[in-house]
Design a protein around this ligand. Structure first.
Ligand code: PA5
Length: 435
């Protein structure tokens, strides 16, 4: 199980203050699991985990096998909840350089439709030159501007390269089962489709085909991911402060009440950055409403200690940190002995990189706690496919509980819709002239 260590928050929070939240935490957990709160028509994610392969998962696995076999590159189109989960999963499991040296049999995976950058588009065009490729279009609505533009362009590239019939076999649509522009397009064009259940919001969709198809193409065992999530569903149902979900959700809300309005969610793994981005959307879109919410920020340690470190240590005292830790991998890097020792590093000769990392972690926690910043540690244990599923489900659960404690609807995002509507009006989209 994931362990949450809250021993480094006590300088800023007292045990009675935490225990005073118990009633609210228990009520929030109950509201979530019994489906009695606001937004309860979006609770489908609670039941996504599976212990055995479903028909949808089998189709995902077969599609992934096909893509792996016939493509040098797989392009995943989507934004927000239709993008962050799969990218987070792949980069966490395989690192930020996972594409290097890949091709047919184990294709490179690029993401498109997540910005309006012409430079990014030009780069993708260059990367696709002379390559066999397939695409997955992920969008509930099918009308979000960024992915819609990329879809149009990539689909035409495929049709020019393989003809309409050939292209059809290389386009996969992941969308609502019945409605929306992408559903209609896929039906008319005969693309293979996978479902985003209507009761699962974008930011809670990583354990649907949204996350599973790209993960399977990357070679991640999606059955293990789902089994890890299923185990999490059981393990984290505990109704007491022994439950790490209660500890995390309870402490962050208690700290918020004491003016800690910003959370830094960090890890010492470079591959964790996009996972932090996924977490940021999950908590940001879930909690940031009605003038409330803890501002979620993700950071990468140790690099960001050399940029944000000063601010964390001595800036405004309105932040707390959650540091995510993993067991060290078996393959060790041992620091060598150098005869000249000009860098003075010989005192570490024979020690592993993990050893140094551990001390950096402990030193950082001690410094930040001294500086008045409460720090929680989330110890994930060994990182593997099942753990990935466990982490996704655990954090989604924490987020739902936390938002109900805060007193907001965890499952809408009216602010995001406003930006989309304004952009449509400024672009002159028919029907949005006076919106
Ligand atoms: O979490 C959400 O609901 C959003 O981030 C959406 O996923 C994002 O705006 C993309 O929308 P769509 O999937 O309709 O293209």
């Amino acid at each position: 199980m994931i362990k949450v260590d809250i021993s480094n928050v006590w300088g800023q929070l007292t045990l009675p203050e935490l225990l005073a939240t118990e009633k609210d935490v228990a009520a929030a957990h109950m509201t979530l699991t019994q489906g009695t709160g606001e937004g309860n028509d979006f609770l489908g994610w609670l039941d996504l985990p599976k212990t055995e392969e479903t028909d949808e998962m089998r189709r995902i696995r077969l599609a992934a096998d096909r893509i792996r076999e016939n493509s040098d590159v797989f392009v995943v189109i989507g934004i927000g909840g239709s993008y962050l989960g799969p990218r987070a999963a792949i980069e966490l499991m395989q690192g930020v350089n996972h594409n290097i040296g890949k091709g047919k049999g184990n294709p490179q995976i690029f993401f498109a439709g997540n910005s309006l950058s012409t430079r990014h588009w030009n780069e993708l065009q260059r990367l696709l030159e002379g390559k066999d490729f397939s695409i997955a279009i992920i969008s509930t609505s099918g009308t979000t501007t960024e992915p819609a533009i990329s879809t149009r362009a990539l689909r035409w590239m495929l049709e020019r390269k393989y003809g309409t019939d050939g292209a059809r076999k290389r386009i996969y649509a992941i969308t609502d089962p019945c409605k929306g522009a992408l559903r209609q397009m896929a039906g008319e064009e005969g693309w293979e489709t996978f479902v985003i259940p209507p009761d699962v919001g974008g930011r809670y969709s990583v354990l649907t085909a949204v996350g599973l198809l790209p993960m399977a193409v990357a070679g991640i065992d999606i059955l293990k991911v789902m089994q890890g999530a299923a185990q999490a569903k059981k393990d984290y149902d505990l109704r007491s402060f022994e439950n790490p979900v209660w500890q995390y959700a309870g402490v962050r809300n208690a700290l918020y009440k004491k003016g800690k309005v910003m959370e830094l969610f960090e890890s010492f793994e470079p591959g964790f950055k996009m996972f932090g981005g996924w977490w940021q959307q999950l908590f940001g879109e879930t909690e940031g409403k009605d003038g409330k919410g803890i501002f979620p920020v993700t950071a990468e340690l140790t690099p960001d200690l050399h940029s944000l470190g000063q601010m964390i240590q001595q800036g405004e005292r309105n932040i707390f940190e959650t540091m995510v830790r993993f067991d060290a991998p078996e393959n060790k890097m041992v620091i060598g002995e150098d005869v000249k020792n000009l860098d003075g590093l010989n005192y570490l000769a024979g020690k592993t990189l993990d050893f140094v990392d551990e001390k950096a972690f402990l030193g950082t926690v001690a410094a930040h706690v001294d500086g008045g910043v409460p720090v929680m540690t989330m110890d994930m244990g060994e990182l593997n496919d099942a753990k990935l599923g466990e982490m996704f489900y655990f954090l989604e659960l924490c987020c739902g509980v936390s938002a109900y404690i805060l007193g907001v609807n965890p499952f809408n995002q009216p602010g995001v819709e406003l930006y989309k509507r304004n952009m449509f009006r400024l672009l002159g989209k028919p029907g949005y002239e006076d919106k």
